[in-house]
Design a protein around this ligand. Structure first.
Ligand code: NAD
Length: 484
């Protein structure tokens, strides 16, 4: 084998240290060529006053090795502690979360013995950009950001993953019947990229029916690609029904760095008792070996692990009378896997990972940036107002509308309340007032927006935000208000 690959390892909290030492023993016995740097993250670091849970020296190691095998950590409650996982994803640019959800029936209980789904979740965008505001006394907002380059990266990654791993189908889950612009662009890019992969079947589904089908008939799915929030939810649904929550592994992949961890947490109540199942971290380390191009060792470990499972050597969490033969602890399970290195499973399908898969080749990103002409056509001005009926607000605004703009509609929580609203609509203190250009060919300037805001300020109204209404070539870049 060639030279050793440097990796950064964190033992984490709770059951972290014991499952990590079990995992590293298996890796070493299997002949993984690793040069391990250990860092401290998690509870101790948080409680020492570092709200990020990780020191600068640890970042330095991660930036250098670019490969992170991480045990679960405990995030203390309160105190402004930031989620280390979110920070690591953002700082290391880990845009893809990959979570295989596989049934190991009958050795691990599941009602879906044929399930073999990989969820590929976009990791950096969507509602997780963390841009939230309280805008009025009654109304809170979280911004959903979907970008063209971000969508292209994750979707292309999903198709490349499918091709490299001999998968047949990629399904895109979206909600573009409602979110026509954000989920619409994700869906459009999916359709366009799918054309470049004629060997892979592509289909798409609305997220709600997609989740229902996943929970009911997971065998119909192969690879799923989706946005951050949907992916967060469905990857837990998929792991749960596959029976593999306690044994699932995951990877977080970026252009330069990658992080590998079990999907479970630090399980503090069973820590230090040698009863935790190390399989989730072990299978994550198998994903890591494939990533750093040591596929033979990866296959050797996973096959020995499958063999151990089918021989009925089980930790307490999956032990079942009648099916299991021997109850082992964390280290005993690792010993059993080590003793079977070089053996293949007899009942389950052996794995054979290929060379050079799952490596990101940034030259493949085309990252198309749109070049359409962008023209300002109006502005949505949001007001915090709690002084009567919508008609009163409409009449006040009609009187001060500047030349070049027309008040088109006022809505409250997305429902039209002016002009000519249906009676009895419940209103909050958060009003969206849409002004559009009277001359659609000329559009408006930023000065027009400023003038309108000045007049609103002059009559004492509290404007809390603006959203500009753009056209991109001849396409409207904003949704119509309900009833508009
Ligand atoms: P958990 O996953 O730690 O535990 C859920 C249940 O599963 C518990 O009953 C636990 O005993 C069991 N369990 C988990 N892993 C197991 C294993 N390997 N073997 C046997 N049983 C196992 O989730 P939780 O209790 O919600 O969270 C505990 C702590 O973990 C919290 O501080 C949370 O913030 C943290 N957490 C960390 C990560 C991470 O670092 N990636 C992820 C999730 C939760």
């Amino acid at each position: 084998m060639s030279q050793k690959t440097p990796i950064t390892v964190a033992y984490g909290d709770g059951i972290g240290p014991e499952i990590m030492s079990a995992t590293l023993r298996v890796l070493e016995a299997a002949g993984a060529q690793l040069d391990i740097e250990t860092i401290e993250i998690g509870e101790k670091v948080y409680l020492s006053g570092n709200t990020a849970g990780i020191t600068d020296a640890s970042w330095e190691s991660l930036m250098r090795t670019k490969v992170f095998l991480k045990a679960p950590i405990t995030t203390p409650f309160g105190g402004g502690y930031k989620s280390l996982n979110v920070t690591a994803r953002k700082t290391l640019g880990l845009f893809a979360n990959v979570r295989p959800c596989v049934s190991y029936s009958p050795y691990v209980f599941t009602r879906f013995p044929q399930m073999d789904v990989v969820i590929i979740r976009e990791n950096e965008e969507d509602l997780y950009a963390g841009i939230e505001h309280r805008q009025t006394r009654q109304v809170y907002q979280c911004l959903k950001l979907i970008t063209e380059p971000g969508s292209e990266k994750i979707i292309r990654y999903a198709f490349e993953y499918a091709r490299n791993n001999r998968r047949k189908k990629v399904t895109c889950l979206i909600k573009d019947n409602i979110m026509k612009l954000t989920d619409g662009v994700f869906h459009r890019i999916f359709d366009r990229i799918a054309e470049e992969y004629p060997d892979i079947q592509a289909d798409s589904m609305i997220i709600d029916i997609g989740t229902a089908r996943l929970a009911d008939t997971p065998e119909m799915f192969d690879v799923i690609v989706t946005e951050n929030l949907y992916g967060d939810i469905i990857s837990d649904v998929a792991a749960q029904i596959s029976g593999s929550v306690g044994i699932g592994g995951s990877s977080n992949i970026g252009d330069k760095c990658a992080m590998f961890e079990a999907i479970h947490g630090s399980a503090p109540t069973i820590a230090g008792q040698d009863i935790a199942n190390p399989s989730g971290l072990l299978l994550s380390s198998v994903m890591m070996l494939v990533h750093i191009n040591q596929p033979k060792v990866a296959s050797k470990i996973q096959n020995a692990w499958l063999r151990t499972l089918e021989e009925g050597i089980h930790t307490a969490d999956i032990f079942k009378e009648g099916m299991s033969k021997q109850r082992v602890g964390t280290q005993g399970f690792a010993d059993a896997v080590i003793a079977r290195l070089g053996q293949l499973p007899e009942k389950m399908q052996p794995v054979q990972f290929a060379e050079n898969v799952n490596r990101i080749d940034p030259t493949k990103w085309q990252l198309m940036y749109s070049t359409e002409k962008k023209q300002l056509m109006g502005v949505d001005i949001f007001l915090d107002w709690n002084d009567g009926h919508a008609d009163k607000l409409g009449e006040m605004l009609e009187k001060i509308t500047v030349d070049g703009l027309k008040l088109i509609v006022i809505s409250n929580r997305g429902v039209k309340v002016y002009p000519n609203a249906l009676p009895g609509i419940f209103c909050t203190d958060h009003w969206r007032c849409r002004f559009e250009a009277t001359d659609r060919t000329a559009g408006i300037s930023h000065q027009t927006v400023l003038d309108q805001l000045s007049r609103i300020q002059a009559i004492g109204l509290d404007f809390i935000k603006t959203e500009h209404l753009y056209y991109f070539d001849d396409e409207r870049g904003y949704s119509l208000a309900q009833g508009q």
